[in-house]
Design a binder for this molecule. Structure first.
Ligand code: PFF
Length: 438
């Protein structure tokens, strides 16, 4: 166990911005819009928001509280609370495995963002370029191991650099710089999107409920997206909670993080769909939505290059503040449990993720496998175990004292019902249904 004194956020807002930075990422700006497009728009959003309230918020409070109470990484935290022989350590170990899994493919997609940012800056998306040409640019990128490898490595390099700098000078400082910029860019993009002719159709698609589009897949997607977007079920929020001061309360910062993450996903949806509906009605682009459809649109609009630069900068900022939270989960584990210096941990495990990511570059199937493994299995199973742990095993006096003496005091019992019954049941049902068991 590490003897090094644990770093802490310098302020409560520092925790909120760093955690919101960890949560807001490609999940909000790349994944959420295309999932919404694939799953029928507004109905998916409604289910998603239901998941956020019933699953996301309660599990987030549980994770941050476990982290703050133990001041340890996910494995150490469960071990301290449940005992070193207890099976409750499983969610801790699974969290470390999940961090490796997600960071490896995440960095490849983040590499695409840098590649597209580079292309935007060099004027590739300026007017005159045809639809086919842009489709070919994306296809060429995703089938070129060298090009992808270069941008994936650049991204991983920056990720390692920030985590190497530590909690205050790395994670907190960069989140405090990048999050406000990200919000500014998104506001500019929405302001522009709402002036376009597709604004009405885009908003209707996002807001008008169409229950006939509901499928079991959309529910499973919404649950997976909720855990992925809020960075739950794998100890990332637990790790960030472990850098909180023991005196600080967790409920209201968690409310802020959940609010910011959901608001930014919705705002990204508005920005993307108002622009998309102005120029096309083809929404079934899947992962290519923001890489193929949007650049096509940028190339047709006035000041398109500027908007392309803004958009891919937004994606890059969002991706890097999340990637650092993933690497921090792994780093914190090796610092706490094996006394490894931060410098060694970041470089060694950043490099390992870089190598696994190269596997994703060479094999699309491996990429999909890691994506599905984490969002459809590891995160929901982790969330399932963490909610059971928080509801049935954790000393409830610790939790009660978090809720007492504040306006949200009345929410202690709703929280308890959620983590004891609603979250585990819902996750289990969705899981069994999605796998054809029921
Ligand atoms: N929440 C991030 C996103 O929406 O892009 C992804 C993520 C980051 C998942 C950190 C899990 C995590 F621990």
């Amino acid at each position: 166990m590490s003897q090094v004194q644990r770093s802490h956020w310098t302020s409560r807002i520092g925790f909120v911005l760093a955690s919101a930075g960890g949560a807001v990422g490609l999940g909000n700006i790349w994944r959420f819009p295309y999932m919404t497009g694939e799953n029928g728009g507004s109905i998916f959003i409604l289910i998603y928001l239901g998941c956020v309230i019933l699953l996301g918020l309660p599990v987030m409070i549980a994770e941050v509280l476990i982290g703050k109470t133990t001041q340890l990484n996910p494995v150490g935290a469960f071990r301290q609370l449940a005992g070193s022989k207890s099976p409750w350590q499983v969610p801790g170990y699974m969290g470390i495995l999940t961090a490796f899994t997600i960071l490896s493919f995440y960095s490849v997609v983040a590499g695409w963002c840098i590649a597209f940012l580079y292309k935007a800056v060099t004027g590739v998306f300026s007017s005159g370029i045809s639809f086919e040409e842009i489709n070919n640019i994306f296809k060429k990128l995703t089938s070129s191991p060298i090009e992808q490898g270069i941008f994936h490595s650049i991204f991983m390099f920056f990720t390692v650099l920030i985590v190497y700098a530590g909690v205050k000078k790395g994670l907190q400082r960069w989140s405090e710089i990048l999050m406000p910029l990200l919000i500014l860019i998104i506001i500019i993009l929405i302001g522009y999107g709402l002036t376009l002719s597709g604004a009405k159709d885009g908003m209707r698609f996002l807001l008008e409920p169409q229950p006939n589009k509901l499928t079991h897949k959309s529910i499973m997607d919404a649950v997976g997206q909720c855990f992925f977007s809020l960075s739950l079920g794998m100890g990332a929020m637990l790790t960030y909670g472990s850098y909180m001061d023991r005196k600080d309360k967790v409920v209201s910062p968690c409310l802020w993080v959940v609010f910011m993450d959901s608001a930014i996903a919705l705002l990204a949806g508005i920005a993307v769909f108002t622009i998309v509906f102005t120029y096309t009605t083809d929404l079934s682009q899947g992962p290519g939505l923001v890489f193929v459809v949007l650049p096509n649109i940028f190339s047709k609009m006035p000041l398109g290059t500027l908007f392309a630069i803004l958009f891919f900068t937004l994606l890059f900022f969002a991706a890097i503040t999340s990637a650092i939270s993933l690497l921090e989960v792994i780093t914190a584990y090796f610092i706490d449990q094996y006394d490894m210096p931060r410098s060694h941990a970041t470089i060694i495990f950043g490099t390992i993720c870089l190598i696994i990511g190269v596997g994703c570059i060479f094999s699309g199937e491996f990429f999909d496998f890691l994506d599905k493994l984490s969002t459809h299995y590891l995160l929901p199973i982790g969330g399932f175990m963490i909610s059971l742990f928080a509801g049935w095993k954790l000393d409830q006096n610790i939790v009660k004292s978090e809720f007492q003496g504040s306006w949200y005091g009345i929410f202690y019992y709703p929280w308890l019902i959620c983590v004891r019954v609603i979250c585990p049941t819902l996750i289990l049902l969705v899981f069994l249904r999605a796998h054809g068991v029921i």
